[in-house]
Design a protein around this ligand. Structure first.
Ligand code: XIL
Length: 298
């Protein structure tokens, strides 16, 4: 293949990008996006604050625009993210206890129902585990509604859109460490109790190194019977950028249940990481060395 999407498809994988829908009218942006990628995820437009700005008043304009762009261009859509401790609307930040739990589950049900049939995989819960050595849950308003909030969210998502794969998504899970092991134990528990979970997303916001057990970590999750996906890949610029991108690509291809890779933006100037120049295209839309390394690895 001569594009990321064609080369990935030859390997039975997708290659995706996070999209800010406001940029779809930028010609350079749209040209690169449509040529190179066959999966998209909304960088912000499907988050709680965007989709339910007031309680019970839903707003799907941005998400709907992305879904129709995807359909027109032969792209699948990842949904991101139904529940997260960040980018909550202020009304939700002010709730707690059963009022918050009910609002959260209603949010999952309404949003997953709205997009039913159009989403390949939903990040049902994002970033619920703590950094550091505890291996436990992150403290958050959602966590304080009870430890079962994650499984309640997955069950509601399954009921609302039975065709979507349901993912748990997190960062700092790029090797075998306390945090990734905590998540691994949750997934194993969910599988053993029949809680509906289909996939684990590894954000893979990387610096200038990649853990040596990156592939082994993906494999241990895959061995639980879930799909694994690289969901928000970006890599700090520096001598290793192209090599790290290639290593992530090879690791995904080496794990049969690793179904695709998503980079968190198109051009360096689109990236939330700013001066890290963390993406595959420069600000003019030209291919970087990292792009060629990924294409060669596919
Ligand atoms: C980021 C977006 O890229 C920014 O535009 C926004 O201001 C903050 O969120 N982990 C995630 C993503 O799961 O949703 C985050 O996206 C990056 C970190």
């Amino acid at each position: 293949g001569t594009t990321l999407r064609a080369a990935a498809a030859e390997k039975g994988r997708y290659f995706g990008a996070a999209v800010a829908t406001g940029k779809l009218s930028d010609n350079t942006y749209a040209t690169v996006l449509n040529r190179e990628f066959n999966s998209v995820v909304a960088e912000n437009e499907m988050k709680w604050d965007a989709t339910e700005p007031q309680q019970g008043r839903f707003s799907y304009g941005g998400g709907d625009r992305l879904v129709s762009h995807a359909r027109a261009n032969g792209m699948s859509v990842r949904g991101h993210a139904l529940l997260w401790h960040q980018q909550q609307p202020s009304w939700a930040q002010g709730l707690s206890g059963s009022a918050l739990r009910n609002a959260a589950i209603n949010h999952v049900t309404q949003v997953a129902t709205h997009f039913r049939g159009q989403i390949y995989a939903w990040d049902v819960v994002n970033e619920a585990f703590a950094d550091g050595g505890s291996g436990g849950r992150r403290d958050s308003n959602l966590q304080r509604t009870g430890n079962d909030w994650i499984e309640a969210a997955f069950r509601a998502a399954r009921a609302a859109d039975p065709g979507a794969k349901l993912c748990y998504n997190d960062y700092n899970t790029d090797g075998i460490n306390a945090k990734s092991t905590g998540i691994y134990n949750m997934v194993r528990d969910f599988k053993s109790r029949g809680v509906p979970i289909d996939c684990v997303g590894f954000q893979s916001h990387l610096g200038t190194t990649i853990p040596g057990d990156y592939q082994a970590n993906l494999q241990r999750f895959a061995d639980l019977g879930v799909e694994v996906q690289i969901t928000e890949l970006d890599v700090m610029t520096g001598g290793n950028q192209a090599n790290i991108y290639a290593a992530v690509t090879r690791a995904c291809l080496a794990v049969s249940r690793c179904t695709g890779i998503t980079v968190w933006g198109v051009r360096d100037c689109d990236s939330w990481r700013g001066s890290d120049n963390a993406l595959l295209f420069d600000c003019s839309g030209n291919k970087k060395a990292a792009y060629n390394a990924v294409l060669d690895a596919l």
